[in-house]
Design a protein around this ligand. Structure first.
Ligand code: NDP
Ligand code: GDP
Length: 333
């Protein structure tokens, strides 16, 4: 039985990856900072995963977790993931996102160099590039987050040059009902669900014209696993190839509300619901990101299964159900 160790297992990708690897018959270990029962996304797998406490800033905790798990594969998904936070705490973002991988790679090289390592790289590394981005596209990040991820991505390549199996998955934005509530898609679907249940608070957003290549996280974790099954390590771009604007995401959410809710529970216009608030505008905004996934199709046989429309549907339905459940629990039916 193969053994995998996942950092960031309590997050969106970590929880989907744990489910997928368990389905494939892996023994799964996860590094957590808090009691695993405090993560709702881990509940479906909690009894089948082994946990170790650790923090990417603390080498000893990682070494102990690694020795316990003794993994064939490490998936380094833990990170400070939010771009605006990376401007507030640039040094901490570097310590976690780049320093964390440095600590892990040193442990792997010293303790068990045949362990294969997946590094969660990101399309934010590209910055503002016109057109589709592939594995050769130059990296010009525009935020401390993007720069910390470039440092980690390059470090993975350096260790690859020393003989380790280290692959960087350059993943474009991927969402789900488990997406962090600070990210724009989930911020919108949660606000939509609250509106539909009677809360008339306006949704304050920043740049509505920004475009992202949004896919479904459950599809993307399969590409992570496939990268570590290749004969030799390499970086891969993973995305859908299609971008939508934030405004288009909002419109798709409203269309879902119309399908699912009574007319009086749906905003009658975008102006009624959405307000542009300068505090959510970004320095170094990345205006458009689109993936060229030719290599992932060819080598990994990977293609996204969930469309943009179905992703929006899944997220709206989940957030409506969550608001309904919390209102029912509060006795407000
Ligand atoms: P989440 O925010 O959902 O999960 C991140 C996880 O990292 C959380 O479980 C968090 O733990 C953990 N974490 C944060 N800091 C530390 C630390 N110092 N030590 C240990 N664990 C820590 O992110 P996603 O699942 O969406 O993203 C997974 C990875 O993929 C990240 O590296 C991200 O940068 C990268 N990525 C994501 C994309 C996306 O669109 N989702 C796109 C491209 C790359 P806790 O629960 O304790 O807070
Ligand atoms: P990112 O691509 O990893 O930074 O993911 P986000 O979901 O945080 O942001 C995606 C895009 O949405 C960026 O271009 C943001 O500028 C834009 N955006 C517009 N309004 C908001 C907002 O209120 N919150 C967030 N998080 N992003 C917003």
């Amino acid at each position: 039985m193969k053994k995998a160790l996942i950092t960031g297992i309590a997050g969106q990708d970590g929880s989907y990856l744990a489910e997928y690897l368990l389905e494939l018959g892996y023994e799964v270990w996860g590094i957590v900072r808090r009691e695993p029962t405090s993560s709702c996304w881990l509940q479906p797998v909690i009894s089948r995963v082994e946990f170790a406490y650790g923090d990417l800033r603390d080498a000893e905790s990682l070494a102990v977790a690694f020795r316990k798990a003794w993994p064939d594969e490490v998936y380094n998904l833990a990170a400070q993931v939010f771009v605006p936070t990376s401007w507030e705490w640039p040094a901490e973002t570097f310590d976690i996102n780049a320093g964390g991988l440095a600590r892990l790679l040193q442990i792997v090289e010293r303790q068990k160099p045949d362990t294969r390592v997946y590094q969660a790289s990101t399309s934010e590394m590209f910055g503002n590039h016109d057109g589709l981005c592939n594995e050769q596209t130059p990296l010009y990040p525009t935020s401390p987050y993007g720069t910390s991820k470039v440092a980690a991505h390059r470090l993975a390549a350096v260790y690859r040059g020393r003989g380790l199996f280290a692959a960087g998955g350059i993943l474009f934005n991927h969402e789900s009902p488990r997406r962090g509530p600070e990210m724009v898609t989930r911020k919108i679907t949660r606000a939509a669900a609250r509106w539909a249940r009677g809360d008339r608070t306006k949704l304050k957003l920043g740049n509505l014209q920004a475009r992202r290549d949004w896919g479904f996280a459950g599809d993307y974790v399969k590409a992570m696993h496939a990268m570590l099954q290749r004969p030799s390590p390499q970086d891969y771009v993973v995305g859908t190839g299609i971008s939508h604007s934030v405004a288009e995401f909002v419109e798709a959410v409203v269309a879902e509300l119309r399908r699912l809710c009574r007319p009086q529970d749906v905003p009658s216009s975008l102006e009624e619901w959405v307000e542009v608030d300068p505090q959510f505008m970004r320095p170094g905004e990345i205006h458009n990101l689109r993936a060229d996934t030719t290599l992932a199709h060819k080598d990994l046989g990977w293609r996204p299964a969930v469309s943009f429309e179905n992703l929006v549907r899944m997220m709206v339905e989940a957030d409506l159900a969550a608001v309904r459940a919390s209102k029912a629990a509060a006795g407000d039916k």
